[in-house]
Ligand binder design. Structure first.
Ligand code: COA
Length: 229
């Protein structure tokens, strides 16, 4: 495994083990892993014929990570297609999530055979870069979130909030086929758990969703993960 991948893999595994998240299969890949990787023709059809070179690489990174995470569970030759909301479609008895950023692909998967029932997962990787302007923070965050951002490390905290919101979007959207906006998710940081508590209150939703999103720094990235049992 390439040095950066190894670093990210170790950091995420350590954190997952510390936080007593149920057993999951994690894979981190980069472009070196694509040398011997071939998409299944049905997976290739998930890509638009007009897909850019970057989009093709990102898609491959995600599928290569997913394949590796599944192989570790002795699930070989799986074909991971795309659902109607762009979500990955996992083999029966398996659930998972994919993220790709900056030439890195990460997948986390859980299988019924691991002895713990996980019905859904959401992960996200964001790079800590200063492309975000402070005046735009209120477009994505509000109230207590903005207060927390303004207390210290504004840029990193803003990126943590965005990453956590993307992760929970993947979880809730793929489980319940529900969409919501950034500001409809309210996050509250729990330093002890290194996690955000989330609450999603959307006008059209009859129920309120809540839970934890674990979020931590990982080299020059922020990684977020949440799941539903
Ligand atoms: C779907 C979305 C969350 C992806 O996040 P991103 O940071 O752009 O990209 P990532 O690399 O982290 O993730 C991409 C992968 O997520 C997965 N994904 C895409 N849509 C998904 C969905 N609806 N549900 C679950 N997973 C999804 C796919 O595997 C995708 O990779 P692939 O297309 O190569 O298979 C984002 O693009 C999006 O549309 N967000 C909704 C917009 C919004 O308002 N979000 C509010 C958050 S509260």
């Amino acid at each position: 495994m390439h040095t950066q991948c190894t670093l990210i893999y170790k950091k995420i595994s350590n954190q997952l083990n510390k936080k007593i998240i149920p057993p999951l299969s994690l894979a981190v890949v980069d472009q070196n892993d694509l040398k011997n990787f071939i998409l299944n023709p049905r997976e290739e059809k998930c890509l638009s014929p007009r897909a850019s070179k970057k989009r093709i690489i990102d898609f491959k990174l995600g599928r290569a990570a997913a394949r590796k995470a599944l192989n570790a569970l002795q699930i070989n030759d799986a074909v991971i297609l795309k659902g109607k909301n762009r979500e990955p479609v996992w083999p029966p008895g398996v659930t998972g999530s994919i993220t790709h950023k900056n030439g890195i692909g990460i997948a986390v998967v859980a299988s019924r055979t691991m002895g713990y029932k996980i019905s859904g997962l959401g992960i996200d990787l964001e790079i800590i870069v200063s492309k975000y302007r402070q005046e735009n923070f209120p477009l994505y965050t509000s109230g207590e979130e903005l207060k927390w951002i303004n207390e210290a490390d504004s840029l990193k905290r803003f990126i943590m909030l965005c990453s956590a919101k993307e992760a929970v979007f993947k979880l809730i959207n793929s489980l319940y086929n529900l969409s919501f906006r950034f500001k409809e998710v309210k996050l509250l940081w729990h330093a002890g758990d290194s996690a955000f508590h989330y609450e999603i209150k959307q006008k059209q939703l009859t129920r309120i969703f809540h839970g934890l999103i674990y979020c931590f720094e990982c080299d020059k990235y922020v990684f977020s993960i949440c799941y539903k049992s």
